[in-house]
Design a protein around this ligand. Structure first.
Ligand code: IMP
Ligand code: MG
Length: 309
């Protein structure tokens, strides 16, 4: 098997993994994100030979078995692109039945950026450990929750109360999956321990009264349960006809207060998670998935501990 001629601008010290370029490893994150199986450089194709000796070969960077497709990542360097196109033409002449696609780095970076990686979010990406819940898994589960709530509240008009700011993505998606008339309202709170147990301090109150309404509290994540517990105490005093809770994430392992959650999207492990509205120091909220942060990154930023909200 003849080795692939590597691009000239490759840094002298290759990354620890067997990838020739860091960009190749980044690309695997996208594939993993989509749940697309991949193989790295599984096959070399002979392009030219003489007396059984291989003079030129082409080893595409990736093979995606589900799509039966080879992918070759390219850079913007014109000299290399031209050379690659030449190779590709030769390849297609010799192997007309094999599907191969050139993915230019420009396309590839905008693809990365779209999913929260890449040049527009380098700071965020630096801290991400792994995607815990993909965008498609979120979409699917939020749809299920919406359907369940539509059954539960049939014939009524639920009033969704969201706790800012982490709930924004969840609220926006969830309400569009409830096939009933709904109304929404938001509040911002901070919780603390007082003499009479936990209390909520209301930073921004609801705009509308709750008396006689079917109130559904929509939460991003329930961790110790302190915030939700205090919030429910407060809301109960406002005389709603009913009061239920729908939380996207349940970090059950850390629960200190036994608080009832009627609807849960996902149970998550005892790790700090970000994305889909959730933040660490106001960052990462715009990631379209829920991800864990790298422990060493968290430790390095621990002095700026996040204020729950
Ligand atoms: P609890 O009072 O401990 O249940 O805290 C709940 C609040 O803390 C949530 O509404 C979030 O704002 C915040 N929080 C707890 N765990 C996480 C996390 O893993 N990522 C981001 N925010 C979190
Ligand atoms: Mg919150």
């Amino acid at each position: 098997m003849t080795a692939k001629a590597k691009d000239a601008e490759q840094p002298p010290s290759a990354p620890a993994a067997n990838f020739a370029h860091a960009s190749e490893e980044d690309f695997t994150h996208i594939l993993d994100f989509y749940g697309v199986a991949w193989q790295y450089e599984p096959r070399s194709f002979t392009l030219r030979e003489e007396d059984g000796r291989v003079l030129e070969a082409f080893t595409p960077d990736f093979y995606l078995p589900d799509l039966d497709l080879y992918i070759e990542l390219t850079t913007l360097k014109q000299s290399l692109v031209t050379e690659k196109h030449r190779k590709l033409r030769r390849f297609q002449e010799r192997y007309p039945d094999v599907q191969v696609k050139l993915l230019h780095k420009a396309d590839y970076l905008s693809l990365l950026a779209k999913y929260g990686f890449g040049p527009f979010s380098e700071v965020e990406v630096a801290g991400i450990h792994e995607v815990l819940i993909s965008a498609s898994a979120l979409e699917h589960r939020v749809g299920e929750l919406g359907a369940a709530l539509s059954r539960e509240y049939r014939g009524r008009e639920p009033h969704l109360v969201g706790v800012l700011r982490g709930v924004t993505c969840f609220m926006a998606d969830l309400m569009r999956h409830i096939s009933l008339p709904v109304s929404i309202d938001f509040m911002a709170i901070s919780s603390y321990e007082g003499d009479q147990g936990s209390l909520v301090r209301i930073l921004k109150d609801l705009d509308e009264p709750l008396a006689g309404r079917d109130v559904l509290v929509v939460e991003d994540i329930v961790d110790t349960g302190m915030t939700l517990n205090a919030l429910l105490q407060e809301l109960r005093q406002r005389g709603p006809a009913s009061l239920k809770v729908c939380a996207l994430l349940d970090k059950r392992a850390r629960r200190l207060v036994d608080v009832p959650i009627d609807y849960v999207g996902f149970e998550v492990p005892d790790e700090f998670v970000v994305g889909y509205g959730l933040d660490f120091r106001q960052k990462f909220r715009n990631l379209p998935f829920v991800a864990t942060l790298k422990r060493d990154w968290l430790t390095a930023h621990a002095e700026d501990k996040q204020r729950p909200e």
